[in-house]
Design a protein around this ligand. Structure first.
Ligand SMILES: *Cc1c(COP(=O)(O)O)cnc(C)c1O
Length: 221
């Protein structure tokens, strides 16, 4: 069996006690594996690629909560706007504007997270601190998106101190925004950080939404 049920049960039990949302990251994994996890009660799934997400959405139960967690191109927003549950990777005003526009067309308000660049690597997407504050202030007039929180990815590092400090930094931005509600039109409630390799650290540093793929579905090929 491709899905690790023992690990799922363990994580699920621990998370529900702490009110942490598990997003099962199913990118590249077959629909059968997703259906299996769904049948065990998992409803939140994360995908990185728009085309793959659209295909899977058409094949799985309608109350599946689909999270787009990967980098999103502006010209692809319209394909997912009618059904996507949450978009994690908002990293520009241009993208947020397009999500707002497509959400309005679909008669929806789409929940989004702003992605913040917290890692040392140059390859990761996201806003810096200044851009984050600016985007929050510019987003006031968007009526068809709801900014729920922040998302970040730590460095791929074995050095626990590095990873921990990056998560801590994101939590400090989250707290700062929430303590300046007049300025940033918060409150934010969701802090999406942590994946298979670092989710325990992320939770210790305040994460309440964790995106786990390979631990549940096995390594990606
Ligand atoms: C692939 C991916 C994950 C899951 O990674 P695992 O190491 O398989 O748990 C989480 N978040 C994002 C943004 C991803 O792209």
């Amino acid at each position: 069996m491709a899905v690790n049920k023992e690990v799922y049960n363990e994580i699920n039990k621990a998370f529900s006690k702490q009110s942490i949302t598990l997003v099962a990251v199913s990118k590249t994994k077959p629909v059968n594996d997703i259906q299996e996890l769904y049948d065990w009660g998992q409803k939140d799934f994360g995908e990185n690629y728009v085309q793959e997400l659209v295909e899977k959405e058409s094949l799985l139960p309608k109350n599946t909560r689909w999270h787009l967690i990967g980098h999103l191109q502006t010209n692809k927003v319209r394909y997912i706007a009618p059904f996507v549950y949450m978009i994690h990777g908002i990293d520009s005003l241009k993208l947020l504007k397009e999500v707002n526009k497509q959400a309005e067309k679909s008669g929806r308000v789409i929940p989004v997270l702003l992605q913040v660049f917290i890692a040392k690597e140059e390859t990761k997407f996201g806003l810096d601190e200044h851009e984050l504050y600016e985007l929050l202030q510019n987003a006031v007039d968007f009526k068809s998106v709801s900014i729920k929180g922040l998302m970040g990815m730590a460095s791929f590092s074995n050095d626990e101190r590095v990873v921990r400090s990056e998560f801590r930094y994101l939590k400090s931005l989250f707290d700062n925004i929430n303590s300046n509600i007049n300025l940033y039109h918060a409150p934010l409630t969701i802090l999406s950080m942590g994946m298979s390799s670092d989710y325990k650290l992320a939770i210790e540093e305040g994460s309440n939404m964790v995106r786990i793929g390979s631990l549940l579905f096995g390594a990606r090929g």
